[in-house]
Design a protein. Structure first.
Length: 230
């Protein structure tokens, strides 16, 4: 069953220099995020998750606010030509994702942390490639995927909110919903790059980065769980 509507849009191969610029920029930001996770895990920032997720909904709201705020700052700065504001927004995003990831890998033995990050990077790269291939292989618009992402995020917040105070089993449902939200957002961002829905390359780079980073921290948690059961 296809999620996208049937209106036709343009597609092309090979990728243009503009598309490679977005991919390269998002990849560089993602690499910096992983590096920050490796650094932050040896600092007091590694225990931030312990306090925030003592009540899961608090952690989700705090990180959600940080990511949304960072994105809005970056967007405002890039659209208004204010480099300082844009830089601040990107820094907020890097610190938010870096801190969260550091908290996740802090539970792994130091000798295994780089392996865990590397495995996660490979899995996320493959997932991104699959989503991108699907988007580029179809001529239809993926505009609706942004709506699906929003619905998934809201459903995730509701599930985690209920799971925090009433039914703990819903926490897993919330995790899955938010994970799907980032996947839908990734597909939507890739489609916007494909069809040049946003002319500002830097702005699209940040959008793709946020989607990939969101997928990354969720896969990171799954990899941690799998390895902890060995």
């Amino acid at each position: 069953m296809s999620f996208e509507t049937q209106s036709e849009t343009e597609r092309g191969w090979p990728l243009s220099s503009r598309e490679w610029t977005v991919i390269g920029g998002a990849s560089a930001l993602m690499a910096l995020t992983v590096a920050l996770m490796s650094v932050f895990v040896a600092t007091p920032l590694a225990v931030v998750n312990d306090y925030l997720f003592a009540a899961p909904i608090v952690g989700v709201l705090v990180y959600g606010a940080a990511i949304t705020g960072g994105h809005l700052l970056a967007e405002r700065g890039l659209e208004g030509g204010d480099t300082g504001v844009a830089f601040l927004g990107v820094v907020v995003l890097l610190v938010a994702f870096g801190t969260f990831g550091a908290g996740v890998i802090s539970f792994a033995p130091p000798a295994e942390r780089l392996t865990i990050l590397a495995v996660t990077a490979v899995v996320v790269t493959l997932m991104t490639a699959v989503v991108a291939t699907y988007v580029y292989a179809r001529s239809s618009t993926f505009e609706s995927w942004n709506r699906y992402a929003t619905v998934a995020f809201v459903a995730g917040l509701v599930a985690i909110g209920i799971g925090t105070f009433v039914l703990g089993q819903l926490l897993v449902v919330g995790f899955v919903c938010i994970f799907l939200g980032f996947l839908f957002r990734l597909g939507w961002e890739i489609w916007r790059v494909r069809d040049r829905r946003v002319e500002n390359v830097a702005l699209q780079t940040v959008g793709v980065y946020i989607a990939v980073a969101g997928v990354f921290v969720h896969v990171l948690q799954l990899v941690m769980r799998v390895l902890s059961r060995r």
